[in-house]
Design a protein around this ligand. Structure first.
Ligand code: SF4
Length: 476
């Protein structure tokens, strides 16, 4: 950790050792792991008196929790900082102090650059150091100036964090739980190994304890998170090591935990025990996000994905044999350097062969410092646009077909909150589709069968199923 020059001219902060009430506003970009991290940063600041506020206007501290995956990520952060600069200056003019912190992967990648371009920022911290946030706040309070900590500390941050306060989403009924962080795969296009560090897993006992607390606070569904979640290899209570399949089996024993999901997986880490969990653990939901990125072996090799199309298809066969109603999701990048029209056709072919219930697809865009950014054979923007449109049209059609195949069926729905209209409630199908229907609010928090009457682009509508639930039938 180091400090830059003092921030002169601002009123001092209250002593953080005295927990007077303060307001914390968080802006979170990116994946569920960032949503989880934001919640844990709020937990770690709660003993200092910080409570969440929905508006930055009245906040004593604003944290931007950033994501480096998408295009122009850093520019979006600097643009937001420009807006907050005026707010901070206005507060200072009124004799009040606002701490401004930048966290997450952009902070990790651009740490010093952030303080150079935005010297009004007080704290820059990477994803591995947010357990040190109270100490950073104290240093800013004591000495002024800016603090930057983007190290990869030897200590595991999870050993130093307070207990998670509450489930993070959908009225507390669904929760994220990070079990693994970091990545050793070094795909050609990705910054994660550089910003999140090497793969590390939390001890199983710590994961189980947090899951029990979340269920005790009302969570019915937990999504296990990790950059490579299925690379999970945590120290086990019996002195051995558990993989994700074993961890899921143990989590499924927690009374009251009805649904388990996990994301994001790498095809190479999908082992036999995890595939077996899909067959044998009813609480493990039949929906899997398994990124493939390309349908061309040549491009998969250039991406350093370390699996082939045949490997991926064989894996899908095994998974579907284990859980025939498994719905699949994936990530695709079109226009990776060197991708020809034939490579792209191979991607479309893979999509047709697998059939996805949903997917995320992006144009390749270079990330500074990654191998693909400097590679030859960059694809023209117009060509990338055309390929993305063609791929997305196919994926949209598959999603529509999957949703349509659910109509007329009876699906167990976890009701998570009120719907958009009076008298409506909303929930989630096993396949992660939002479901809306007329029903009593007393059902919120319960799982009940719903007869699906209509499919929409991204959701389903239905009616309460009055007959006993028949044996669950899958969508196609
Ligand atoms: S597996 Fe590849 S794409 Fe996924 S986080 Fe690691 S390097 Fe990035």
């Amino acid at each position: 950790m180091r400090q830059s020059s003092p921030d002169h001219g601002l009123p001092p902060l209250p002593d953080p050792a005295t927990p007077t009430p303060r307001r914390l506003h968080m802006i979170t970009w990116g994946c569920q792991m960032n949503v989880y991290d934001s919640a844990r940063m709020a937990d770690v600041l709660a003993p200092l008196g910080y409570a969440p506020t929905p508006s930055p206007d009245e906040a004593d501290m604003v944290i931007l929790n950033t994501c480096h995956i998408r295009d122009r990520a850093a520019e979006k952060v600097f643009s937001e900082l420009g807006r907050l600069r005026g707010l901070k200056a206005g507060r200072a003019a009124a004799g009040q102090r606002m701490i401004l912190a930048v966290a997450g992967c952009v902070a990790q990648a651009e740490g010093a650059e952030i303080l150079a371009r935005a010297p009004f920022v007080d704290i820059v911290l990477g994803p591995q150091t947010y357990h040190r946030l109270p100490e950073m706040v104290a240093r800013v309070a004591r000495a002024g100036g800016a603090v930057i900590d983007t190290s990869f500390p030897a200590e595991q941050k999870f050993d130093f964090l307070p207990e998670a306060a509450a489930p993070q989403t959908a009225g507390g009924l669904t929760a994220f739980l990070t079990v693994q962080e970091g990545c050793d795969k070094f795909c050609s296009f990705c910054v994660v190994p550089y910003t999140r560090g090497a793969e590390a897993s939390r001890p199983a006992a710590s994961v189980l304890a947090e899951a029990r607390r979340l269920v005790g606070s009302g969570a019915r569904e937990i999504t296990l998170l990790g950059q490579n979640v299925n690379a999970y290899h945590g120290d086990a209570p019996d002195g051995g090591t558990w993989g994700l399949g074993r961890l899921i089996r143990e989590l499924a024993e927690i009374g009251g935990l009805a649904r388990i999901r996990y994301t994001t997986s790498h095809p190479r880490d999908m082992d036999a025990e995890l595939i077996e969990a899909h067959a044998k653990v009813p609480a493990l939901m039949p929906f899997l996000h398994l990124p493939v990125q390309s349908g061309s072996d040549r491009i998969l090799s250039a991406m350093n994905r370390r699996h082939t199309v045949a490997d991926y298809l064989a894996l899908i066969d095994q998974l579907r044999a284990a859980r025939p109603d498994l719905a699949l999701s994936s990530d695709f990048i079109v226009g990776h350097p060197g991708e020809t029209a034939a490579d792209f056709e191979a991607t479309l072919d893979l999509v047709r062969r697998v059939g996805f219930a949903q997917a995320f697809s992006f144009k390749y865009s270079p990330r500074p410092g990654t191998p693909a950014a400097g590679a030859g054979g960059q694809v023209a923007e117009a060509e990338k646009d055309a390929r993305l449109q063609a791929l997305q049209a196919l994926l949209r059609a598959q999603q529509a077909a999957f949703n349509e195949s659910c109509t007329g069926r009876d699906l167990p729905v976890l009701f998570t909150g009120p719907g958009r209209h009076p008298g409506q409630i909303a929930g989630r199908s096993p396949y992660l589709q939002p479901v809306h229907l007329a029903g009593p609010a007393t059902l919120i928090g319960r799982i009940a069968p719903v007869h699906i009457t209509a499919a929409h682009t991204n959701s389903l509508t239905g009616t309460m199923h009055t007959a006993p639930m028949p044996e669950e039938r899958a969508c196609a």
